[in-house]
Design a protein around this ligand. Structure first.
Ligand code: ATP
Length: 238
């Protein structure tokens, strides 16, 4: 039998009043994959993330996280998710450790395990020496990486990131992508990375393309290039 997908959308639609933000979208992400959700502004990426994280209910269709229906078993589904939203969400007046400890406490992680996990995760991204610094003193890229680590504290199986590199310079973007790659390998998690930036597609195991709420493509980078007859990924989506 095939493995249970990390994430599965079945004929998902969603409208805001008369505006259709998602139109009959279906796809599946297999465990351990790094999937990129590519779409321009207004494509429906944030709406899709809101539905998967159960911020509001799906208009129609079904969403499953490791087999758990998000509307019927929200607790089981949400415990398996880690989410990095588009907006900045660290408390700038707290230290890195305080920002992370608070989240760990919300997830019922004990004090000793919290300390160990925070130190190991920060070390893995070379930020072990920033533990007691105020979040305010970090660069934009470092703040994002702390947010990513925060989303991983409770050992989710699927990490969702919405435009995680917006506003960051080229170096920070590359660092974050490399960190994510490493974490995917070390923690064995699946990732759905939403972006409008074509150059963030190159590393993906799977590319899901949304346009005005519709699924335009779903496959490996090579398949997409082949399907469109283009020589490079940028040409394929030009
Ligand atoms: P962006 O990167 O700009 O956030 P997106 O791909 O995330 O774009 P969504 O934010 O999901 O796209 O928006 C999809 C469509 O739904 C857009 O046409 C948007 O204007 C509309 N929309 C989103 N949120 C609402 C809302 N709360 N009320 C009405 N329309 C909305």
């Amino acid at each position: 039998t095939p493995p249970v997908p990390a994430l599965e959308l079945m004929s998902v639609s969603h409208s805001y009043a008369a505006r259709k933000a998602l139109d009959n979208v279906s796809f599946a992400i297999q465990p351990g994959r790094f999937a990129v959700l590519l779409g321009l502004n207004g494509a429906g990426k944030t709406t899709l993330f809101s539905l998967v994280s159960h911020l509001f209910a799906t208009g129609s269709g079904e969403i499953r996280v490791f087999g758990y229906d998000i509307s019927r078993k929200p607790g089981d589904a949400l415990r398996r998710l880690g989410i990095v939203f588009q907006a900045r969400t660290l408390d700038l007046d707290l230290t890195v450790r305080q920002n992370l400890s608070y989240h760990a406490a919300l997830h019922g992680i004990g004090a000793r395990e919290t300390r160990r996990r925070i130190e190991a995760l920060l070390e893995s991204i070379d930020m072990g020496d920033r533990l007691n610094d105020k979040a305010r003193s970090l660069s934009g890229g470092q703040m994002r990486r702390v947010e990513i680590i925060r989303a991983l504290l409770h050992r989710p199986s699927l990490l969702l990131l919405d435009e995680a590199t917006v506003g960051l310079d080229v170096n920070s973007r590359a660092t974050i992508l490399a960190d994510i790659r490493k974490l995917v390998q070390e923690e064995g998690i699946s990732v759905l990375w939403a972006t409008h930036l074509i150059d963030e597609v190159n590393d993906a195991d799977q590319v899901i393309v949304l346009d005005k709420g519709r699924l335009m493509a779903d496959g490996g980078v090579a398949n997409l290039i082949e399907a469109t007859g283009a020589g490079t990924i940028s040409e394929a989506f030009a």
